[in-house]
Design a protein around this ligand. Structure first.
Ligand code: CUA
Length: 313
């Protein structure tokens, strides 16, 4: 019945996901069994004890002690089995081993920020080594978000002013999608992340040099990837349409009016400053809601974004 399980449920990214699904499938099949039993008996009794004529009168039936004990004790045992099974899974899901790699997670409108123990920070993308437990310590900068990775069967709210935690133990290399599972505003459905489970060598290589895919890419092409993966897209369109921030379409070379009465032509330095210190110059027709990307983008990534914006003419 594995085909049924694979249709019903997403990929299983860890042993915990398998255990989780074992219990889930147990409950599914138990429900199927009792549905068939009860609906079948219902149909059978309706036919078997149908009224056969005007004189067919039901005799006075009293209770059956034996039957009542059976239909109380058996379900009670089943429910206890489900509870013990589920509780053991819950304990496993909530207690992380002491040697886990700790990653800090900040949820904010509308992106995920990660920080590794060595201070490296990434956005909407994390790499973790295969076969090692990873613990996420999570908090929000604004509203409630929810960290949800279906293929690991884990989900936890990410709340402002407190920490919640969650851990993973990936057993195979692969890429998994991270979702935000708590409605947090217009960009909620774009609040996606990727979790790359890498081999030990690939992971340390990435830690030193960044993603190999992006290392040798032309700047504007890299910028296009960053535009999507780092959340720029949520607020800045490229087709000239208005979102929470100015569109990148045709922005390069335009003259911007700021709230302090000054103005400037959009050039490389202005774009760089707007990424690193978004509050320095605020356009008259927009609210200054952009977060700073200081420390979150490598120098080459900033250059790439600038080149990408330049290419949107
Ligand atoms: Cu963050 Cu929904």
């Amino acid at each position: 019945m594995n085909w049924f399980r694979s249709i019903l449920l997403p990929v299983e990214g860890s042993a915990y996901a398998q255990q989780h699904d074992d219990l889930f499938m147990f409950i599914v099949w138990l429900s199927v069994f009792f549905f068939l039993l009860i609906a079948g008996l219902l149909g059978f009794f309706t036919w078997r004890y149908r009224r056969r004529g005007p004189d067919d009168i039901t005799p006075n039936i009293s209770h059956s002690f034996k039957l009542e004990v059976i239909w109380s004790v058996i379900p009670a045992i089943i429910v206890i089995v489900i509870f013990v099974w589920g509780f053991r899974g819950y304990v496993r899901a909530t207690t992380s081993p002491g040697d886990a790699l700790e990653i800090q997670v900040i949820g904010k409108k509308w992106l995920w920020e990660f920080e590794y123990p060595d201070g490296m920070r990434t956005l909407n993308e994390i790499h973790i080594p295969v076969g090692k437990p990873v613990r996420f310590i999570m908090s929000s900068e604004d509203v409630i978000h929810s960290f949800y990775v279906p293929s690991f069967r884990v989900k936890k709210d990410v709340v402002p002013n407190m920490y919640t935690e969650l851990w993973l133990h990936p057993e195979e290399e692969g890429i998994h999608t991270l979702f935000c599972a708590e409605y947090c505003g217009r960009g909620h459905s774009d609040m996606l992340g990727s979790i790359y489970v890498d081999s030990e060598e690939k992971f340390s290589e990435w830690q030193e040099m960044g993603d190999e895919r992006t290392r040798n890419m032309p700047l504007a092409e890299l910028g296009a990837i960053l535009y999507e993966s780092r959340g720029c897209e949520t607020c800045h369109s490229i087709d000239g349409s208005r979102r929470d921030g100015p569109s990148f379409g045709g922005i390069f070379g335009a003259t911007h009016q700021f709230t302090d009465g000054t103005s400037a032509v959009v050039d490389e330095n202005y774009l760089r400053q707007s990424i690193l210190e978004p509050q320095a110059k605020i356009l008259t027709s927009y609210e200054g809601i952009m977060p700073t990307f200081q420390g979150l983008l490598r120098d080459r990534e900033i250059q790439a974004l600038v080149e990408f914006i330049k290419s949107q003419q």
